[in-house]
Every structure is written in structure tokens, then in C-alpha cells.
Design a protein around this ligand. Structure first.
Ligand code: HEM
Length: 250
């Protein structure tokens, strides 16, 4: 059997305290911490030293795998928020969306780690073992794309139920504070997704260059076009209308 990633160290060895309580949860792992979090499985999901073509594969796998985990949470919270909006629970929905927003922020920040790889070592050591692997097949981002439209729809149903146009939600924000804040939280989510994309392009340009093609033949330049895509375009367009309306009122 493959050797375990880390050996168990008892509480007594770590703290000098006696009366260690043994594990009570089912499943593999020496302690309940390891059993509940399934750390044996989790920590065996990265190539071992021997399996690696290049040292930086660990950095690459950890960054991508943890991004997928955060994106899984981000998408799940958007789905929860949609359910909460349908149940007219606006404040709770806002909190769920904030979790999703924070997850996107964390995923954006961890892109920094990839810039600690040297472009040559990545291209010659890591990239050759990625096959046709492409970010377009990221389950986390694809799940986000799948769940987001229903959240937008749930928001519009709420405002329509109040007899409000989108312009009304913004002009009468003080009267409909929760609805307004919900709209702005959706905009924030949208902005975070775009911020990730913009940051991702800089990372790509820094590591493989801006005038090459990706592992599936996509020109890197094409990625820049995607930064103009919006999750909720109508929530951005309404600002143009408001600016025009304010001018008319001058
Ligand atoms: C060394 C780091 C990275 C490089 C060189 C890189 C490179 C690329 C390239 C060249 C593309 C264009 C499509 C293709 O041909 O594959 C792409 C797309 C994409 N990558 Fe990355 N990537 C990196 C890190 C990441 C990370 C950490 C994620 C997080 C999940 C990610 C997610 C995506 C997504 C979702 C797309 C689709 C385009 C979009 O939705 O904007 N990439 N990447």
C-alpha cells in the first residue's frame, strides 16, 4: 500500500495533555479530524514526488484543485441564494451571495501563486504533461455559468412582484432597500467574475505569452474578448439609463 502523506501525531505528543479521546466517526483515518475531512483521500489527489515530471506540478495542482473547491462552494451558494430569493428571504439570499463573492475573491488571489513559477520551467516541465487540459473544461467555472442565470431571474421576479422596473429599483432604493442591495450584490458577483478573468489573462500572458495558443488551440488574445461578457448585462445597462434620466431632469 502507498505510504500515507503524514503520520499521525497524538494530542499527548503535541500538547503534553493526557486523556486523548479516540475517534468515534466511521471511515478511514487515525482521528476524527482526518475521518471527517477525508484528508487521506484529499491529500492523495496530488502526484507524488516520484510521479511528478517537474517540481512545480505540486504548486500547479494545488492551485487548480483548491480553485475548483472554492468554485464549487461559490456555485452552491448561488443556487442557495436563488432558492432563498424564491422564498422571499432577501437578507439571507444576500448573505449567501456574499459567500460566493468571497470565494471568487479567494480564487482570484490565489492566481498570484502561479506567477511564482518560471515561464521556462512551466512551458518545458509542466505544460507537456497537461495533455489537452483546458480551463474551458473547469467544472467549477462551468457550474457557475450554469447556476447564475436562475439567480438573475429570481431577482427580476421579486422586483416584478413589487411592480417595479429596474430603473425604479435604483431610483427608489431607499424605499426598497433590500431589493436594491440584492441588485448591487449581484453586480458585485458579476464584477468579481470579470476581475478573475482579467487577472487570469495577465497570469497567462506572464507565463506563456499573449500571442500564442493554449493547450486546446485557443489563441490567448481570444480570452481578452471574454472579459466583456457580463453575468447580468441588464444590471449594468440600467446605469446608462439612470445617467440619461438624470440629464433630462437637469
Ligand atoms: C499557469 C497557469 C495558467 C495558464 C498558463 C492558463 C492558460 C489558459 C489558456 C491558454 C486558456 C485559453 C484556453 C485554452 O486553450 O486552454 C485558459 C482558459 C481558462 N482558464 Fe486558465 N490558465 C492558468 C491557470 C488557471 C487557473 C488557476 C484556473 C482556475 C480554475 C483557470 C481557469 C481557466 C478558465 C475558466 C478558462 C476559460 C476562459 C474563461 O472562462 O475566461 N486557469 N487558461
Amino acid at each position: 500500500m502507498e505510504s500515507k502523506y503524514a503520520q499521525h501525531v497524538s494530542r499527548r505528543e503535541q500538547t503534553g495533555l493526557e486523556d486523548e479521546l479516540g475517534p468515534i466517526l466511521p471511515g478511514p483515518g487515525a482521528s476524527d479530524y482526518e475521518r471527517y475531512l477525508r484528508t487521506d483521500e484529499l491529500l492523495s489527489l496530488q502526484k507524488t514526488d516520484d510521479e511528478r515530471n517537474h517540481h512545480d506540478e505540486l504548486l500547479f495542482q494545488v492551485t487548480h484543485q483548491s480553485s475548483e473547491l472554492w468554485l464549487k462552494l461559490a456555485a452552491a451558494e448561488v443556487e442557495t441564494a436563488t432558492r432563498q430569493m424564491r422564498g422571499h428571504d432577501l437578507r439571507v439570499a444576500i448573505r449567501s451571495l456574499r459567500r460566493s463573492i468571497l470565494a471568487l475573491k479567494l480564487v482570484t488571489e490565489q492566481l498570484d501563486m502561479l506567477e511564482l513559477m518560471s515561464p521556462w520551467e512551466y512551458t518545458s516541465g509542466v505544460r507537456p504533461v497537461l495533455g489537452h487540459g483546458s480551463g474551458f473544461d473547469s467544472p467549477g467555472w462551468n457550474e457557475m455559468r450554469r447556476v447564475v442565470p436562475a439567480a438573475g431571474e429570481a431577482f427580476h421576479e421579486l422586483r416584478r412582484a413589487e411592480g417595479l422596473s429596474l430603473v425604479d429599483v435604483y431610483r427608489r432604493a431607499r424605499e426598497y432597500e433590500d431589493l436594491y442591495e440584492l441588485a448591487e450584490t449581484l453586480v458585485e458577483l458579476d464584477e468579481r467574475a470579470v476581475t478573475w478573468r482579467i487577472r487570469h489573462i495577465r497570469v497567462v500572458e506572464r507565463i506563456i505569452g499573449g500571442e500564442v495558443v493554449g493547450t486546446q488551440g485557443t489563441p490567448v488574445e481570444l480570452l481578452a474578448g471574454l472579459t466583456h461578457r457580463k453575468l447580468f448585462p441588464e444590471l449594468w445597462d440600467v446605469r446608462n439609463e439612470l445617467t440619461e434620466l438624470a440629464k433630462e431632469n437637469d
